[in-house]
Unconditional design. Sequence first.
Length: 463
Amino acid sequence: MASIAVVDDDKGIREALQELLVGHDHYVQLFGNAEDAIRYIRTEEPDLVLLDMQLPGMDGLECLRRIKAHNDEIVVVIITGHADISTAVTAMKLGAWDYIRKPFNLDEIILTIRKAVEKKHKDEQIAYLQKEKDHRLGFNEIIGQSSQIKEVFRFIRQVADSARTTVLIRGETGTGKELVARAIHYNSQRAQKPFIEINCSAFQETLLEAELFGYEQGAFTGASHRKKGLLEVAHQGTFFLDEIGDMDIGLQAKLLRVLEEQKFRRVGGTREINVDCRIISATSRDIDKLVREEKFREDLFYRLNVASVAIPPLRQREGDVLVLAQHFLKLFNAEFKKNVKGISKPVEKMLLWHSWPGNVRELKNVIERAVLFEKSKLLTAESVNLFGRDVQPRPMSWAALDECVIPPDGVSLTEVERSLIENALSTANGNQTRAAKLLKISRETLKYRMKKFAIATAHRKSK
């Protein structure tokens, strides 16, 4: 069943369409002119509009424009005569979904209406599912399939249910702490209210205080007018304090008062300002150590640390590096209008080998640069160029080596050495200097062993 508005100046046609559509369980409203129809559509927003092109006063094309300007999701089917096919084509360009011609074929009308209603419902379902997906994961920008990142998703869902609980997010620089904060906000009851953020390390104490609390006119030199603080702007929303560990100890006391009393005063002011917002803070520093060293107030720490989550560094997110790399490849293909179809196997090995001290942010920057300069169909080692970034290899897992099982009939150490050399050459895309660095041997030693194993020309540099 759908709600349908029929707009036609011919009373006989209106009533015939009403009888037909009501007989198929649709709710139908009839209008003899566009003006009355527009008023109804703006308030009731029907699923579908059957719109005649030839109307008194406002014509069908103008009515269509206004419907689409009000709500582009309303499906419009044009009613037109044989002589007005060009007008119907124009209407399609303006957003009409289909058209039916006079004189009517009743079966054609029912089929067209059914397809139009199915399209409407399908679009609504897609929008709902996308919204649900965003609701579950926070933002599509939080990418990953590892068990570690799934734990972060679970934390977001749990803490988002409470609109007041303060949250402390820990993690190295570049792990995505801000994305987690945003996901918590946009999955909470405060989602329709402001999300305000500030980086505490970006301001000196006095400037940070002015940004947080605002100031009155004349409060200090240059304060020529009253200014609201960001906490006031965040009322009923979420306030995100990034790098909270860098906040001056004196300002920490004033923030503690906001958390305890939900009120503050502007710099130079005397009036108490009430504020209701959730506080989310984040730090890349060892805040427990700061508390022990009395560089961070213990009482404030306990207030901020009601719910806490640690964002794992990328090197610990097993399996997420290539997932993220493919995501950023798609992202920058679209931004730069490129068509790099994938990532070469040597580059995949490079990405997995690197320890990513800059975490997701570093990986994103690497892929952005690679896509920008890549001329091949696949990302190559030359464009990714990790070796020009002081590559930091992932620490060797000796435990993993200890778990290697030697077959009952033994294994050739020579073949193991040969395999390691071939893998290093493949990862370095044939570059012997890079391969030698990976194996922690000199280039001369590598050349000697390549000759020894007859692989001197087996791995030429890719062009």
